[in-house]
Design a protein around this ligand. Structure first.
Ligand code: IVH
Length: 674
């Protein structure tokens, strides 16, 4: 071990303070104070110093969020103070009844207030800090005993490893909800679906499943988050829930900002109605609001029943489950060839939308449910989540139903379906199955992949049916005239689509990688891969070991990549896409050599009403193709795109002798055809 000097100690301490401050600003405040590169550099400096002087590593160092070794199992821990759950109210009458009840039980209250908080649909955690340092993180368990998951809790970036207090108390316990943001929840489920694993029914199950992962590296990659809502701090001056939330925030926790102090049931009702609508704009899932009496004195007076505090209640949102009848069971063939059974049901209203299809995941799941056509079932849908059948009401089953049998042949191409042993998924393995082609093109055009606007499912089906497209590469040789012939198309929309396809050539390498639809390579993994293997040649020639060594890339992804690149047809696909001009390497914005197009570095002004493109559509297309759009014409303007009723900008352009383009000419320029 190298000898420690006081300078080294000081440097390490400074780096930790700086990194902790930056992490807090980034994750909790959402107001970064330094560029990511600077953070990464400082982090690496600290890591290097800690490798050199391991005796100086402390558990609160920002480098200690992810453990080296997976745990073999979790140990059970007894909670110092039990974790109670909450009584539910399903409507405002029940809330009022609760109010009358506690008012009868408490003595002489004329002044009181409620704190309303969102009820986060996650998994409760109890965190213990000793002298300001996080020493334990435990799950709720049965409320009395939970599991020690400290190593996983440390990966959550919004949980401070060290409290932001000058004189931390000997012990503090903080409780709150760990949750998965909805976009991450969906990405995880998509990956699980591709892998043929059962899906998480909701973000709550996904959060608790993730927290119970033995390998903290996996937990870190899943990006859990945490809202703190309860503080247990003995002998403090804090006397209310509201103050405790503020204090939690001061200590460095993320506290949900959507809280409100209310004086009456009417005010609570207003808060509840507001959030029942506004919750669909939140990045995380909530299943109701929690109402707590603000005063600690009052809370103490009321105490607890066997299960619940008498001073708090959860006011839940309306049902997201409903009974309905299954009319048919069909199968859907996805882009990976995975065959998913789906229930077609009598339409029901759920979570604000009409639902008539629900996923049944795979044949095991159908067998487990023993679902049959004609059955009455409970369907569940929450927020953006795919509806699913959760239960069959066997008592309501009509006579003469038959158990469901998966088809033996693909409904799209009639080739025999296979189910590899040990896998839950049944697949069509005919690589030229139209369903697979259709799925891969829809995926290629999707928002997180190449983002080709206007290339939706209906058009894709037509393009394949007409034999215009037999692979992704064919998209890039489509002519306006060919598309204009399709139903409900026309020359104008066809030109727009061709331009959007051409503009997709400028999309970054990471998106292309995701668009290829390689198993397990989701959009997050694609970004990680593109960062670590800046060219497709480097990526395709990397060994499984090299791939696995990258943080966030597991064995499954590594193997899947290797297998994918070994297939000759895939190599040919990449070659052809490269020839057409798609990006297969990272470039820096200044590096023109690899990304130059006829629009690179050119400045455009759009004026007047264009025949088909809206102003911002034209702007997006120009920018995607590498051009810049400004609002005023000057000598620096290269092109003015002119529509009907163009006014002073056109006059100015004529005066300065700037090239004018019609919409059609612009679209040609983007396609590189002028
Ligand atoms: S307070 C004694 N506040 O809901 C008070 N709980 O159904 C206990 N939850 O177990 C909890 N958001 O996991 C509280 N703002 C919030 C909450 C919340 C979500 C969860 C928590 C609890 C469950 C009860």
């Amino acid at each position: 071990m190298a000898a420690v000097t006081s300078e080294i100690e000081q440097r390490i301490a400074q780096l930790r303070v700086e990194l902790q401050r930056a992490g807090y600003a980034y994750y909790v405040l959402d107001r970064p104070i330094m560029p990511d590169e600077v953070y990464d550099r400082l982090y690496r400096q600290l890591q290097e110093l800690e490798t050199q002087y391991p005796q100086l590593i402390t558990p609160d160092s920002p480098t200690q969020r992810v453990g080296d070794k997976p745990a073999s199992k979790f140990t059970s821990v007894k909670h110092r103070i039990p974790l109670y759950s909450l009584e539910n109210a399903f409507n405002l009458e029940e809330l009022e009844r609760w109010q009358s009840r506690w008012q009868r039980q408490a003595s002489k209250v004329n002044d009181f207030a409620y704190v309303c908080e969102l009820k986060i649909d996650g998994s409760a955690l109890a965190l213990t800090y000793e002298n300001g340092i996080l020493v334990k993180g435990a799950t709720r368990g049965d409320g009395v005993r939970g599991e020690d998951i400290t190593q996983n809790v440390r990966t959550i970036k919004t949980i401070p490893l060290k409290l932001n207090l000058d004189n931390p108390p000997a012990t503090v316990e903080v409780r709150g909800e760990a949750f998965l943001p909805l976009d991450i929840f969906e990405a995880i489920n998509q990956e699980r679906q591709e892998r043929g694993e059962s899906l998480f029914a909701n973000p709550r199950n996904a959060a608790s499943g993730t927290l119970r992962q033995l390998d903290s590296k996996i937990v870190a990659a899943r990006q859990l988050n945490f809202f703190a809502y309860t503080l247990h701090l003995p002998q403090s001056e804090i006397s209310s829930q509201w103050e405790s939330l503020e204090f939690l925030q001061e200590m460095g926790f993320l506290v949900n900002p959507n809280r409100k102090l209310c004086q009456s049931v009417e005010e609570i009702a207003e808060y509840y109605r507001h959030w029942d609508l506004a919750r669909k704009n939140l990045a995380y899932m909530t299943d109701g609001v929690v109402v707590k009496l603000n005063s600690y004195r009052l809370q103490q007076q009321l105490g607890f029943t066997q299960k619940f505090p008498r001073w708090a209640i959860a006011l839940k949102y309306p049902a997201e489950e409903s009974p309905t009848v299954v009319k048919d069971i069909i199968v859907n063939v996805g882009r990976t060839g995975a065959v998913t059974p789906m229930a077609i049901m009598q339409p029901v209203q759920l979570a604000g939308t009409t639902v008539q299809r629900a996923t049944l995941h795979n044949s095991d799941r159908v067998a487990e449910l023993d679902l049959r056509v004609g059955d009455t079932v409970i369907v569940h849908k929450a927020g953006e989540i795919i509806p699913e059948v959760v239960r069959v009401l066997i008592e309501l089953r009509p006579a003469n139903t038959q158990p469901y049998q998966m088809p033996s042949h693909c409904p799209e191409c009639n080739s025999p379906l296979v189910r590899p042993s040990g896998e839950a998924v049944t697949r069509c393995v005919n690589s030229s199955c139209p369903a697979i082609l259709r799925g891969s093109i829809i995926h290629w055009a999707s928002r997180d992949a190449l983002d080709i606007r206007g290339l939706g499912e209906k058009i894709v089906i037509l393009l394949i049916e007409r034999g215009l497209v037999n692979s992704i590469v064919d998209l890039y040789s489509l002519e306006v005239e060919q598309i204009a012939d399709l139903e409900r198309m026309g020359t104008k929309s066809a030109a727009k689509l061709v331009a959007a396809i051409a503009a997709s050539k400028q999309q970054p390498y990471a998106r292309v990688l995701y668009g290829l639809g390689i198993r397990y390579v989701g959009s997050v993994n694609a970004k990680i891969l593109a960062e670590n293997f800046p060219t497709i040649e480097q990526l395709s020639s990397a060994s499984v070991e090299t791939l696995e060594a990258v943080y966030g890339i597991g064995t499954e992804i590594a193997r899947s990549l290797k297998e994918w690149f070994e297939i000759t047809a895939n190599q040919a696909l990449i070659n052809s896409l490269q020839k057409v001009g798609l990006q297969f390497q990272n470039f820096s914005p200044t590096d023109n050599a690899t990304q130059s197009t006829s629009l690179t570095g050119k400045t455009f002004v759009v004026t007047g009403t264009l025949p088909t493109l809206k102003r911002n559509e034209a702007k997006n297309l120009i920018e995607q193709a590498g051009g810049k759009v400004t609002s005023a014409v000057s000598s620096k303007t290269d092109y003015v795109v002119v529509g009907e009723d163009a006014g002073s900008k056109l006059a100015k352009a004529q005066q300065l002798g700037i090239t004018q383009l019609t919409e059609a000419q612009l679209l040609k320029l983007i396609q590189g055809k002028s």
